[in-house]
Design a protein around this ligand. Structure first.
Ligand SMILES: *Cc1c(COP(=O)(O)O)cnc(C)c1O
Length: 366
């Protein structure tokens, strides 16, 4: 009998498979609910871009054909949108795909990757599958970035530094000035992966803006996704902007058809859907104000956010998630934060229902 465990690459058994939490179907089944309010994955409450939906319908007849393996039309659209050359753009099956590809391209056992703490779990996952070491750089107690702490974690073995702004799960931003400070001091040969999944939700005057000067820095890899602002999480498409030489190596590791036909077409259409983008931004802005006030009224501290979610200090995060589930409201805990839950902004009605359920849960707790 084959001893499977002994044949597995070192380090793989130490990885915990990603736990996405219950799906809405599972929750309905478990609690006998007819309706579930899903505020646990930072999805777009307004749904997909209508222009993307039209493009998807048009593309269905051609699904017997393989996609364009280089996603050329999509890369050209993204390049035009950002004012860069198509060679500076790589698209992935979600930006999760790009994080994994970057890890596979650059990391060897013993290499180090600096990751903000708390932040998105996929950075550590990418390091773990390559047996590289994720070195956490803690945010400050108020969850703002501490760039000196980030810099202090950089060693001669550091290959990548991840920076997520606005950060998931805190919603706090790294300012452009802090980023510039860091870039001035980081070694020339350390790549900086800037995860901008939520950046277009922010109107903060000091947020990171991807101008020509930033993108000209050969160390910068800026990641974007169609999963959040564009409402296409189920399609899986994300992209990165970087020095073309970075992509020339990542392309050797990439699957030939990593982004499907429908996703390529939908993403081109979504990028051109200015109205959906504006509505999504305005909705997040209104929701921030709503939650800041409503949570304060419940006596629940929350972190000022620039994203489409808010981190709320409810105490007993796991208990809060469970208790809210019984009310049909799904929020997320974890992130190494025992007292905080992350609430994604829903529709106005869903937000009100979430606050009502949270009020009931807190009352019951006494
Ligand atoms: C949601 C999210 C992504 C996007 O992931 P996709 O794979 O593109 O769906 C990337 N980074 C962060 C920080 C996220 O929260």
């Amino acid at each position: 009998m084959v001893d499977v465990a002994s044949r597995v690459r070192p380090g793989i058994s130490g990885i915990d498979p990603y736990q996405p939490g219950l799906t809405d179907d599972e929750l309905k089944h478990r609690y006998g609910l007819t309706r579930v309010i899903k505020l646990n994955a930072n999805e777009n409450a307004l749904g997909p871009s209508p222009l993307a939906l039209e493009a998807i319908r048009r593309e269905l007849e051609t699904l017997h054909h393989y996609p364009d393996g280089s996603s050329e039309l999509l890369r050209e659209a993204i390049a035009a949108f950002h004012g860069v050359s198509p060679e500076a753009v790589l698209v992935g099956n979600g930006s999760d795909d790009l994080i994994k590809l970057i890890s596979e391209t650059f990391l060897d056992p013993g290499d180090e990757v600096v990751v903000p703490q708390p932040s998105f779990s996929q950075y550590g996952f990418g390091a773990a599958i390559m047996r590289a070491t994720a070195v956490p750089a803690a945010l400050r107690p108020d969850f703002t970035y501490d760039v000196e702490a980030v810099l202090a974690k950089v060693s001669p073995r550091t290959k990548l530094v991840y920076l997520c702004t606005p950060n998931n799960p805190t919603g706090t931003i790294l300012t452009r000035r802090e980023l510039d400070w860091l870039l001035e001091r980081l070694p020339e040969d350390v790549l900086v992966v800037l995860d901008l999944a939520y950046n277009d939700y922010s109107q903060h005057p000091e947020r990171v803006v991807e101008d020509a000067r930033l993108l000209a820095d050969a160390r910068i890899i800026a990641l974007h996704t169609f999963s959040k602002l564009y409402g296409l999480a189920g399609l899986r498409v994300g992209y990165g902007l970087a020095n073309p030489e970075v992509w020339s190596f990542v392309n050797r590791v990439r699957e030939p058809f990593n982004v499907n036909r429908v996703a390529q077409r939908a993403a081109v259409a979504a990028l051109a859907d200015e109205e959906h983008r504006r509505r999504s931004q305005a909705h997040a802005q209104a929701s921030r104000a709503y939650y800041a006030k409503a949570l304060a009224e419940l006596g629940v501290p929350s972190v000022p956010t620039e994203a489409n979610f808010v981190l709320a200090e409810t105490k007993d995060a796991k208990g809060t998630v469970q208790a809210l589930m019984a009310h049909g409201v799904m929020v997320r805990a974890g992130f190494g934060l025992p007292d905080h839950v992350r609430i994604t902004f829903g529709t106005e009605e869903e937000n009100a229902a979430c606050i009502e359920a949270l009020a009931a849960v807190l009352r019951q707790r006494g």
